[in-house]
Write a protein that binds this ligand. Structure first.
Ligand code: FES
Ligand code: FES
Length: 161
């Protein structure tokens, strides 16, 4: 086992002081060291998007980054999306438009969509579909996910869903 290093991760506004091996991924640290298991582990090599979290507002794949590289950044996970009992617009839209079946992919899609809509509220429909195609869902056929994210985008823009 290699030597452990000290690193403090800031996740959902809370600091997590950790001692871990430098080879540990951010995904491992979030799940195993911080106990935030809402971020899911799928392929572990950057393909499925189940591990998507926000790093300084940008959606990233936590399995492709070492935890030590995330020190100093504001990390947001699925546990940090709702404000108490108040779900965020993307969460509400996934419920309203049946964007969830087994739910394995759902945290990744919610973080991806939340990050992209915050960064680019003027995103075109084609671009939105292109962005969402980066994450894999084996259940829904994608249509309800796309519909849900469009509805959240319409709400963000102040229009009808
Ligand atoms: S677990 Fe990270 S992309 Fe699949
Ligand atoms: S809802 Fe099952 S993988 Fe997407």
């Amino acid at each position: 086992m290699s030597e452990r290093v000290e690193v403090t991760l800031s996740i959902n506004g809370r600091d997590y002081p950790l001692r871990l091996e430098p080879r540990r991924t951010l995904l491992d640290a979030i799940r195993d060291e911080c106990g935030l298991t809402g971020t899911h582990m799928g392929c572990e090599h950057g393909v499925c998007g189940a591990c998507t979290v926000l790093l300084d507002g940008q959606p990233i794949r936590a399995c492709l980054m070492f935890a030590v590289q995330a020190e100093g950044a504001a990390i947001r996970t699925i546990e940090g999306l709702a404000a108490g009992d108040a779900l965020n617009p993307v969460q509400r839209a996934f419920i309203a438009h049946h964007g969830v079946q087994c739910g394995f992919c759902t945290p990744g899609f919610l973080m991806l969509a939340t990050g992209v809509l915050a960064r680019d509220p003027d995103i075109s429909d084609d671009e939105l579909r292109e962005v969402l195609s980066s994450n894999l869902c084996r259940c829904t056929g994608y249509q309800n996910i796309v519909t849900a994210v469009r509805a959240a985008l319409a709400e963000l823009r102040g229009g009808a869903a």
